[in-house]
Design a protein around this ligand. Structure first.
Ligand SMILES: Cc1ncc(COP(=O)(O)O)c(C=O)c1O
Length: 395
């Protein structure tokens, strides 16, 4: 083989991103209702868009900025973290603005991992977490979660080895919608502290909880700042996915390493997106709140209709994010199932294998961007498709 055709062995070992594959099937099947990508239907705050429109009148707007982000945004984020998350940033930690929270994960893990190090990931995981770990030549050590998609803290404890560098948790969870109780997150955080590992906690869906579920930030625990990395996003709560802006709280002593990574990778977060983010964060969590009523209605419709007795599938009730992670009661290849649901029934979901769920056939439904008028039709297509495809081979 020509040397030019050779790709890095580390990268060759990374799973193929699943969203582009499903998106191609959707694009070639007009009229598909998509429960695919995890985005919200609503736009960013007007104030954020207006801030972007005002951007550019000052020559300095067009120069490189600080690696860690604009100081007024960092100040506003520190206030937000104290007010909404109970995270007191200084002196043990600091805020770094990133081009989306995926980049936060990448820049933080690149700063701490040696090849061969281990990172514990409860399954199902958010695929980009696993992909990044593998990309860096580290080992993703997967541990099961409970049938309710909750953390199994004992399984996490047992998975520790001398090479464990970090445990990654995500709550509210993608892909399951599970919200982890405070006690479990405290237990994982304490375990990491005891064993000298980092607790990386992804809070991209912090604004999306329903019913009695409450969001908890492990970074708020006394003494957590020195070993906790908290990842936050503007993509979901503020509807700003394309703006590529997020932030993380990192232990202060990691700053030197993260500074090197982010300086090389990004130089500085895009200034126009940071200005928009500053306007958005001043509005706060209240921006997403009015949208939760509609999302909750959609969540309940899916629960009532899809999980009805005559559809061969089941899922625990998710109380967060905007996902259902559904077990299909049939021995099917989940990627084939997804392709057939799109091509034969014009409804798209994500295959559970992308999230590491190999113990059965699972699919993820995202209902964040489905409008209430399309939901009945979408769920009815899915129920019909699952009865037709999975019913034929149901166990
Ligand atoms: C758990 C989780 N973290 C991070 C992201 C990406 O966030 P961002 O757009 O800020 O990079 C997503 C997007 O789906 C997600 O589900």
């Amino acid at each position: 083989m020509s040397r030019l055709a050779h790709q890095s062995r580390r990268i060759a070992g990374v799973q193929q991103p699943v969203i582009p594959l499903v998106s191609r099937w959707v694009a070639s099947t007009p009229g598909t209702i998509s429960f695919g990508q995890g985005v919200v239907a609503y736009p960013p705050p007007d104030e954020a868009v207006d801030a972007a429109k005002r951007f550019g009148s000052d020559l300095l707007d067009h120069r490189y900025g600080l690696v860690e982000g604009l100081q007024p945004l960092i100040d506003a984020l520190e206030d937000k973290l104290a007010r909404e998350n109970g995270i007191r940033v200084r002196p043990d930690s600091r805020v770094v603005v990133t081009a989306g929270s995926n980049m936060g994960f990448i820049n933080a893990t690149l700063a701490i991992l040696e090849p061969g190090d281990e990172v514990i990931l409860p399954v199902p995981y958010y695929f980009n977490h696993e992909m990044a770990v593998v990309m860096f030549g580290a080992k993703a050590v997967t541990v099961p979660t409970t049938a309710e998609h909750q953390l199994d803290v004992d399984a996490i404890r047992r998975a520790f080895t001398p090479r464990t560098r970090a445990v990654v948790t995500c709550s509210p969870n993608n892909p399951t919608g599970a919200v982890y109780p405070e006690a479990d997150l405290r237990a994982v955080n304490a375990l990491c502290r005891e064993r000298g590992a980092f607790h990386i906690h992804d809070e991209a869906y912090e604004n999306f909880t329903y019913g009695a579920a409450r969001h908890f930030s492990p970074g708020s625990i006394d003494g957590a700042g020195a070993h906790t990395i908290s990842l936050h996003s503007f993509s979901k709560g503020y509807g700003m996915a394309s703006w590529r802006v997020g932030y993380m709280t990192i232990p202060e002593r990691l700053w030197d390493a993260v500074n090197k990574v982010q300086d090389t990778n990004l130089v500085c977060p895009p200034a126009i997106s940071q200005r928009a983010a500053l306007a958005a964060v001043r509005i706060g969590a209240g921006y997403a709140r009015p949208h939760l009523t509609g999302l909750n209605r959609v969540r309940e419709i899916i629960g009532r209709t899809l999980l009805a007795a005559d559809v061969p599938c089941s899922a625990p009730e998710p109380l967060g994010a905007f996902y259902y992670f559904v077990r299909i009661h049939a021995n099917l290849d989940p990627v084939d199932l997804v392709e057939r649901l799109i091509r034969e029934h014009r409804v798209a979901v994500m295959p559970g294998v992308a999230f590491g769920a190999t113990d059965g056939c699972f699919v993820r439904l995202s209902y964040g961007a489905i409008d209430e008028r399309a939901i009945a039709e979408g769920v009815s297509r899915l129920a019909h498709g699952l009865r037709a495809i999975a019913g034929a081979v149901a166990r």
